[in-house]
Write a protein that binds this ligand. Structure first.
Ligand SMILES: Cc1cc2nc3c(=O)[nH]c(=O)nc-3n(C[C@H](O)[C@H](O)[C@H](O)COP(=O)(O)OP(=O)(O)OC[C@H]3O[C@@H](n4cnc5c(N)ncnc54)[C@H](O)[C@@H]3O)c2cc1C
Length: 494
């Protein structure tokens, strides 16, 4: 049998972008997906669908979705210029992001979005997220005013349909196990399909099969003790297979291997994500709360920034607390601003008409210490600064440890509510080193490994310590395209 030109491992966003971009160059493409059809699509399928790309005006957004003239004029669409995107990415990664990879990510992001639209994805204005009416005018303030229609699930569905239409064969329930490698170049993949070994010969292989977030043993090994106790927000299939396969043949590990994206997550959420209820466990309104632990103490500056710049690192802070849980506490003043999942199903919520009543209900929290913490916090709020959730309002609680930098409100208006959270891991930051122009995996001497490419969560060197919301899908898009066209170009040039 003829080898496949480009064999893509995985069927999430990065894999689909790689497969489609290779196919558009006229080569043969097949995909291996370890999950069943119903479970397929990886973390991409769980994604809320916000995407952070560079744009400077509404005209850039109009390349991606139809915005009527009046809506274009009457809305403050915010911006995410190339410079702003650089600033955010460098700031949240403490200036550790790889310069070549981040340049590719940022400068190719808008064209990538337009390409995605041409591949069948659709986008709509993101009115439900970080958007508010301020002085009679709709304003976006999260740098991502466009969202994928149908979220990540819609994106995966649309791209899968296009892949099938374009003649890309998708092998479900087929888990890649190792690379076929002759010591010089990669020649295919050994896999297991429904329990039986099977081999796929290929001219090039693109690994796009996620990080190791769903593997408790690797999490403990690389992220540290306690990480086996985190809940997994997304797929159970990303157990580090692709990373292991690449490292086994000498790929160069790269990036923040002890780093990860992990958030505050419903305390009693299931062990893995449930795609039909993927939004239920989100608890991203904590900048309006105080967060307290079992000892009744605060432990982070809940309002140090908008949630999209802190949520990915605060999950680790929750994991560090006694029992790996915390409570987000709100009063009635901010209740209307809470995201919809707070009033959904499967929510660990306690309510009290007084703080004393609430303190007595909070499972596993020292009630006296909790009341002391609230008293100290309330006294520290600088109420002379007006509250405004649409900007970093500087309304702080100062002189306490930790301080709260923005959106501080005394808890004084009943009923009071507390939401139980634990740590939910999204994905891991450690990966392999790739060439930023071809997507080719580099070996320990930084030489490209012939026939091997990688994309998506498997790419190391982009995220360190933290992550600006909406970048995962765009990273999969940009580096998926690069890897797919890099692999196809190698096949055609051979
Ligand atoms: C709940 C949640 C919400 C999120 N929201 C957003 C958001 O709004 N915006 C954003 O930008 N990012 C978001 N993310 C992050 C984003 O989803 C990921 O960063 C991105 O989708 C990763 O894409 P990927 O293609 O690299 O991996 P995945 O989409 O995880 O795809 C990996 C694929 O590989 C398959 N696979 C694994 N091992 C094997 C194997 N051995 N053989 C064959 N196949 C294998 C998996 O089944 C899967 O299909 C979210 C993530 C989660 C979990």
């Amino acid at each position: 049998m003829q080898p496949i030109d480009v064999l893509v491992v995985g069927k999430g966003n990065a894999a689909l972008c790689a497969a489609l971009s290779a196919r558009d160059q006229g080569v043969s493409v097949a995909m291996l997906e370890s999950a069943t059809v119903e479970e397929s699509g990886g973390n991409s399928r769980f994604a809320g669908g916000v995407m952070r790309f560079a744009y400077s005006s509404v005209e850039d957004l109009r390349r991606l979705t139809d915005i009527p003239d009046e809506e274009a004029r009457n809305t403050d669409w915010d911006s995410n210029t190339i410079e702003e995107f650089y600033d955010d990415l460098y700031r949240v990664t403490s200036f550790r992001t790889d310069p070549d990879l981040s340049e590719a990510l940022i400068t190719k992001s808008l064209d990538g979005m337009a390409w995605l639209r041409a591949q069948g994805a659709s986008f709509v204005p993101n009115y439900g997220n970080q958007s508010a009416v301020v002085n009679g005018r709709r304003k976006f303030f999260g740098r991502f005013p466009i969202i994928v229609n149908g979220g990540g699930a819609g994106l995966v569905e649309d791209l899968t349909q296009t892949a099938v239409k374009k003649g890309i064969e998708i092998h479900y329930e087929t888990r890649a196990v190792s690379l076929i490698y002759d010591g010089e170049r990669v020649l295919g993949v050994r896999a297991r399909r429904q329990g039986k070994p099977v081999e796929f010969r290929a001219r090039t292989v693109v690994l796009a099969c996620g990080g190791f977030e769903a593997n408790p043993e690797w999490r403990t090994r690389y992220l540290g003790p306690g990480w086996e106790l985190a809940k997994v927000r997304g797929t159970r299939h990303n157990v580090g297979d692709g990373l292991r396969m690449a490292l086994d043949i000498g790929a160069c590990p790269y990036g923040n291997w002890s780093g990860r994206h992990a958030v505050s997550w419903e305390r009693h959420a299931p062990e893995f994500g449930v795609v039909e209820r993927s939004h239920d466990p989100y608890r991203h309104s904590y900048p309006l709360s105080i967060m307290i632990n079992a000892e009744g103490k605060r432990f982070v500056d809940e309002g140090s920034d908008f949630y999209n710049y802190t949520y990915a690192k605060y999950g680790a802070e929750v994991l560090k607390q006694t029992g790996q849980y915390a409570y987000q506490v709100f009063d009635a003043k901010v209740k209307p601003l809470l995201k919809s999942e707070y009033s959904g199903r499967n929510v660990t919520r306690f309510t009290g008409n007084t703080l004393e009543e609430l303190s007595a209900k909070l499972e596993g929290v020292d009630p006296q210490a909790f009341l002391r913490t609230v008293r100290e916090f309330n006294a520290a709020v600088r109420t002379e600064t007006p509250f405004n959730h649409a900007v970093r309002d500087g309304r702080c609680a100062a002189g306490i440890d930790p301080p709260k930098s923005n959106w501080a409100n005394p808890l004084d208006t009943p009923p009071f509510e507390a939401y139980g959270v634990t740590c939910g891991i999204t994905f891991t930051f450690g990966g392999v080193r790739i060439h930023h122009e071809t997507g080719q995996v580099l070996d320990l001497g930084y030489a490209p490994i012939p026939g091997l490419y990688a994309a998506g969560e498997m790419v190391g060197g982009i995220f360190y310590f933290n992550y600006p919301a909406g970048t995962g899908l765009v990273s999969g898009l940009v580096f998926g395209r690069i890897a797919g066209s890099g692999a196809a170009a190698a096949v055609k040039g051979a």
